[in-house]
Design a protein around this ligand. Sequence first.
Ligand code: UDP
Length: 324
Amino acid sequence: MAKILVTGGAGYIGSHIVNLLRSTEHEVVVYDDLSTGRRESVTFGRLVVGELEDIEKLEGLIQEERFDACFHFAGSIIVPESVENPLKYYNNNTQNTLDLINLCVENNINKFIFSSTAAVYGEPAGGVCTEETSTNPINPYGRTKLMTEWMLQDVAKAHKDFEYIALRYFNVAGASVDGRVGQCSPLSTHLIKLACEAALGKREELLIFGDDYETRDGTCIRDYIHTDDLARAHLDALDYLLGGGKSEVMNCGYGNGFTVKEVIDVVKRVSGVNFRVKVAPRRDGDPPVLMSKTEKISKKLRWKPKYNDLSVIVKTALDWEREL
Ligand code: UDP
């Protein structure tokens, strides 16, 4: 049994990991400022409402609880916002994470699991990324995440007991199959969420951002991964570290690619609604193809995804959206 600190555990991704931790022996404390997360999304453990930058509060909690491990999800994730307000991102994602890592090192929290992103690859040639593909983020969001990876790498080298896993998420989508948690943020810009909203009449139409890319139907290709499989990868990462595993950076995706049009077709089929779709200009900074190679995570963590099926992802997203 381990005692785990989960920052950002009330948010979209964090809440899925906490929900899955219910089925384990581990003890959980969620630390979240509820700026984008919701109290009801914390289905397990104790919730402490606090800001990551409130170091004194966080330090008090850490000293009181004596955690074995930290899952770090708290952060800002909207790419266009990061371009307009980079300092918010360097502050929330880099500065606050530096302080958190510092607290972990000082207080003997030696297992750290970090939510990184495929955005660290930027616009990779060919679009299919192994962990060795060069990193070249093209926006502040991606840079702040990569900076954290570097900090972790250096800290793990210098502090022999400290080990971390950084999971580079591809396109996370859907909601938990048990229906308890899902994506709540009204600011989401994610394709599957917006398409589900269109199918349910919550928005008039869906825009396709560019249909003149060099792909099989002209629209961008992404590697969509179900939230529950992503959550499982975090638990596998924790088991790996608790079992003596060493620090690693790993892709977390299925290694499949779907175009925007293919996603729209699946949402239409699963929902039975032929919602309106319009082609719009390309969105800045969208790579034509972004897909993962998954050998490393499959081998090292023995991660076995269960929901590698776009219609399951879409069905859970639709079911969740209906209840929102
Ligand atoms: N996309 C789109 N219409 C939308 C939202 C997204 O055509 O309303 C496209 C977007 O340009 C990208 C893909 O869908 O090619 C996935 O975008 P999303 O924002 O879900 O994730 P990203 O890959 O940007 O992290």
